[in-house]
Ligand binder design. Sequence first.
Ligand code: FAD
Length: 280
Amino acid sequence: MNAAPVISFEFFPPKTADGMDKLRIARDQLAAFAPKFFSVTFGAGGSTRDRTFETVIDIQQAGYEGAPHLSCISADKAEIRALLAQYQSQGIKRLVALRGDIPSGEVSNGDFRYASELVEFIRTETGEWFQIEVAAYPEFHPESSSPSADIRHFKCKVDAGADAAITQYFYNADAYFRFVDQCDKLDISIPIIPGIMPIYNFTQLARFSSVCGAEIPRWLRLRLQDYGDDLASLRAFGMDVVEDLCEQLLAGGAPGLHFYTLNQAGTISTILEHLGARKK
Ligand code: FAD
């Protein structure tokens, strides 16, 4: 592994008390790897606003750094300003700033079009209070008109004040390395942390991937499909694939790993154990 790769974990805000208990168990298990922060997603159009807030506060109260995601697509400036003040009053120092996706069938009528505008607004309103993370797409965002346009738009977020980026997940390390090379050429010097999606279930992964534009390479898709209902074998194989990917990324100089946990700790803990990442 690199000298000190930055590890972070992402949760979604649970809907029930039982879900919250499960998240706490996963969080405490993953804390063994001394993560920099635990982030919590924000539902499209602010649909999880209160639950995201409560989950982040719960993380902070347990003694860890919590980082809320914040999406701006249907929001107005007053709403975002109030949310930023709420986070500041709770001592939250890190945000993942996103555009978000408009739920199908709805029309956005907010004050922001792109995440770069949100980053700019956060900096104008709160100066350097927040460490701002943004999204990056080694396989390119599905709506982008071209790879070069997408990277230019990524640079706008950096120029607006982003401190670091977390990528969409991918299973092809070259996509990441090529993306980082291209960013270097454009003088983008913030850390770009690969987002890692463990493989738990083929149908779910295929659904996520078709929406977000993350490619499941043919060899991987066919192998996963071939396991059918044999989930145990699929997960063992998937763990092997993801572990290899993490190894390649760290060996190639990735500054850390951000895991999309889906609120589960088992597979990720095993991967990190194998990578020798336990800190406590
Ligand atoms: P942007 O950076 O604004 O880019 C969106 C599109 O607009 C891209 O195609 C870009 O090329 C284009 N674009 C940008 N600027 C311009 C411009 N000036 N002119 C023309 N085109 C432009 N979604 C949620 O709803 N909640 C979450 O909690 C959440 N967490 C995420 C965490 C990570 C690490 C990642 C990678 C994604 C997450 N998402 C989340 C998904 C994200 O909201 C979607 O991928 C969304 O479609 C794009 O968000 P963005 O912040 O990357 O947008």
